[in-house]
Design a protein around this ligand. Sequence first.
Ligand SMILES: *[C@@H]1O[C@H](CO)[C@@H](O)[C@H](O)[C@H]1NC(C)=O
Ligand SMILES: *[C@@H]1O[C@H](CO)[C@@H](O)[C@H](O)[C@H]1NC(C)=O
Length: 729
Amino acid sequence: MKVSIVTVLFAATGIANIIFPFVQPHCNSSSGIGCLRGQHCLSDGTCVSHHITRDATPREDGRCGDDFDGAACDPKGAYGGCCSDHGYCGKTVDHCLVANGCQSGCTNTAVTSPAPQPAPTKASPGNSNSEPVIAQPSSTDAATGPETTDGTCGAANGGATCGDWPQGGCCSMYGFCGKSTAHCGEGCQSGPCARAPISPALKAAPAPKNVKPGSFKVVGQSGVPAMHAALMPNGRAVFLDKVEDYTQVKLSNGRYAYSAEYDPISNTYSALAYRTNAFCSGGSFLPNGTLLDVGGNAPLTWLDDTVGDGFKGIRYLTRSSADASINGDDWSEPGNELDTARWYASCQSMPDGSMFVASGSLNGLDPTVLTNNNPTFEILNAKGVTSGQSITIELLVKAQPYYMYPFVHLLPDGTLFVFASKSSEVFSVAGQKTVKNLPDLPGDYRTYPNTGGLVMLPLTADNNWTPEVVICGGGAYQDITSPSDPSCGRMNPLAPDPEWEMDAMPEDRGMVEGTLLPDGTVLWVNGAQKGAEGFNLATDPALEVLIYDPAAPLGKRWTTGASSTIPRLYHSVALLLLDGTLMIAGSNPDQMPVVAPKFDPQGFHTEFAVEVYTPPYLSGDNAQRRPTDVVLSTLSLNADSSTFTIGFTAPSDAKAVKVALYHGGFVTHAVHMSQRMAFLGTNGWKAGARQQLITVTGPPNNNVAPPGPYVVYVVVDGVPGVGQFIMVT
Ligand SMILES: *[C@@H]1O[C@H](CO)[C@@H](O)[C@H](O)[C@H]1NC(C)=O
Ligand SMILES: *[C@@H]1O[C@H](CO)[C@@H](O)[C@H](O)[C@H]1NC(C)=O
């Protein structure tokens, strides 16, 4: 689809002015483009706030207030009688308190009382396009009620106790029976509670500055809020967002684009169309290199009636290193759907070319309600077609309300590491069952809405592909007052008796995401020191790069890198680029984009600036020591230990070479789905020679490297050359 890039950027954004010389300071009165939210455009091209109540009649869709013709909310209706700052009817303190921006129907109840749970009261509200917030739980001891009949308990459930409930006798702070540390630990309401304060597991441990801290640079604009991202086989990044009432770019049909393709060479973007709302979707690559994006949320027809319901959506994006003519092609949606609705699903590409898709909310409603949880997985085949079965994973049942966007990694024996809340296991997809329960990770919650980050460290031929996972960061509850957790756990899930080895980051941090680098270190970026995931729920942005060296001894693994000046809060991403730098984009902590801090309750805003972080390995003199002229003997590699050669030029005093095979996967909400790296065996390095021709042994099987697109980085004395795409089959 041909697109017209809207150059009408808001004059209020200074960065936009610098990058786009075509900024029009005034709005277009026929299209309305050019004004901030809550404003409209007069015929003379100036923007004014609308404060005219035109029709107070409540709307069917639960929207209200200034942006919706002054519509009021029906207190007896499906949503609640208060109109929030963002124009949503509801009845939580976020909707009703004037201090929180309530526009109409406000009830100024005490700010200190815990927020009521947003219970779905309407018979069939269908779904929600907002994000229900799990309020800070109350941990009143309520051990006096009847025994549970459905596994719910505690103050919010009539004081029910767990009794002999099979999953366990502790009533969690969120009102679920179980026996994990999330149930019996901090906040436990009744039953055999341990009650010991278990967070944080370790205090932050100061770390020295890296000798080469690296540097940040703003390079462009993302076009759309960068909620999801992936590096495509044409070397460009794709950004994918939800349906919004503003982005920087429009499609030829006059609607805002919600996806963009970003070229890191020219630092320009172009718009991509999609047909179903990809809000908080999951993704991974098919074996043929096509990116699949799955699940999402309800349509927002009053904003854009060309985009449909995304709960079961399956979207394809095909790019190729060999065919530039398809660059810019839109997402394709041939019409096949997921078996079950999934909002916040996680994906993992599997050894046989299929795709594991797990978890999600069935309807976007309150995650603390049992019937909203989709605690299952389904398998899509190599063409992205579902097997039509959604099979329960008990761990996701037990993790409620922390079941969304679970952490998943394919282990080198073909099983999966699955982690949600504070608990994890080894799961067999073929056997449809848990193979091994792993010990709970001490500390706070680690997955949505208090996510930390997970990486599986690079697999190496040298240690026979032994897997180790590292999880860092997290938080205590879904509120802006939540502390964040500085601790990390590291474990080999396949060890006979796995234990978490605990470590601490240099600072408390939530929404922190880990990206593997081809020198074997891990960069942890983005997030905040206080708060949680959800709209306007985080503050104290964490701006510093944290560098983790897994090979260093415990206590000496962390150093700190450069700091950005740009907060990267909820809905931010980080992607390793072909040239070995890290692209950082996003931060859209608002329900709908706001382009200036004054429109955000915490003084943040939707961030369109794209930054590149240059890691230590390309800083200073290192930039001159990169291997160059890298030529692979093949662009397609069987995962059967077959060999190929790589020619390149290296500094004549270089000492050693490593070859990293990297798959960046699909990135969203600090979760890097299917990310993995393998260091391959090499032969033939000639000390002192500038012209090198080495023989590389490929991965032994598809458990180590499932089929799909990878990048080969040649790393000489720790400095990577520019990566080259290769397909693993
Ligand atoms: C203003 O919007 C109208 C309607 O979308 C469009 O036809 C026109 O070209 C726009 N004017 C400018 C100056 O962009
Ligand atoms: C990969 O397979 C999908 C599903 O069959 C198809 O839509 C897509 O065009 C294929 N991609 C390539 C690069 O052939």
